[in-house]
Design a protein around this ligand. Sequence first.
Ligand SMILES: [Zn+2]
Ligand SMILES: [Zn+2]
Length: 341
Amino acid sequence: MFCVKCGNEGETFDGLCISCFLNGKELIALPHHVDLERCASCEEFRSGGSQWSKKEQHRAIEDAALDALTAISGLHIMSAGALAVTQDPRNFLVKVDAQGELGGRIVTAEAETLVRIKNNVCQKCSRQLGNYYESTLQVRSGTKELPTDLRDEAVRHVRNRIESMSSLNRQIFLTKVEEVPGGVDMLLSSNSLGKALAKELSDHYGAEMKESSKLVGKTEDGADMYRTTFLVRMPEYHLNDIVMYEGRAYKLAGISKDNGKLVRLGDFHTMSIRRTQMSSLRVHTAYGEFRKATVVSRSKEEIQVLHPVNYSTVDIKIPEDAEIGESVDIVDVDDTLFFVP
Ligand SMILES: [Zn+2]
Ligand SMILES: [Zn+2]
């Protein structure tokens, strides 16, 4: 084939050799301007109908320009870089340099566009700001008021989990935390989130869990919309408490989905009991309320401590591998002191 313009022989494009074809041609193009939406609430960005995402502003501006880049057919873009120049706080002139391959030849090309930042509110923030929620996670105590530290611990757990989950799925959020008589309510973005967190709390604390749904209206596409309430009823006991079980004192050393792990005070014998048996546990001393006793001496299986009340010296058994400092945690069960493992 011959080039109709210069007469050179070889492969042709639209009748032209590659040199004549490329001469003066715009290989890549950008629109006059690109609108980059910025959520005024969470400061995430979106352009050209893409997903909202968290980025540095300069990255968002450059990406918005690169996403709008088009190339003539036959050009295979291998790399492209963008450089933004600030015109004013909302407008940025972005130059794009691209390198590509066309008809076996490496070519470079440039284009520019104006990226304009537009404030908006993303759906997640508008829902959150509008107090949208689909499920309620209620944390209560079985008997009396939910202790403040346990309430705060549960709320902290939920907040941490939502923070890490929302980095993968931005539809996940916590709408509100409400202190209510007897406990705390957390309003959540979805039923599945409520269920997952209720299950986690229930497994972590050995808590009872109940679920109830209420029809609250229709969704945008006409389906029935339910709001589900997940009630997590905290047991009286907490991990690391000293508990009474069948007349003896144990440390509650583990709680899992199916069972609890007990370590007997005195001989440190370990046993596991089913979740259903755990309702018979009675708290003797909560984990934050152990007493300290000063250590006077130690042997392999025993230490001698000063009784914290009458200052007599008392021998108490310790596990063989126990690390003993200047003082140890102890509990008094029916006038006998025990080392807390
Ligand atoms: Zn030619
Ligand atoms: Zn937002």
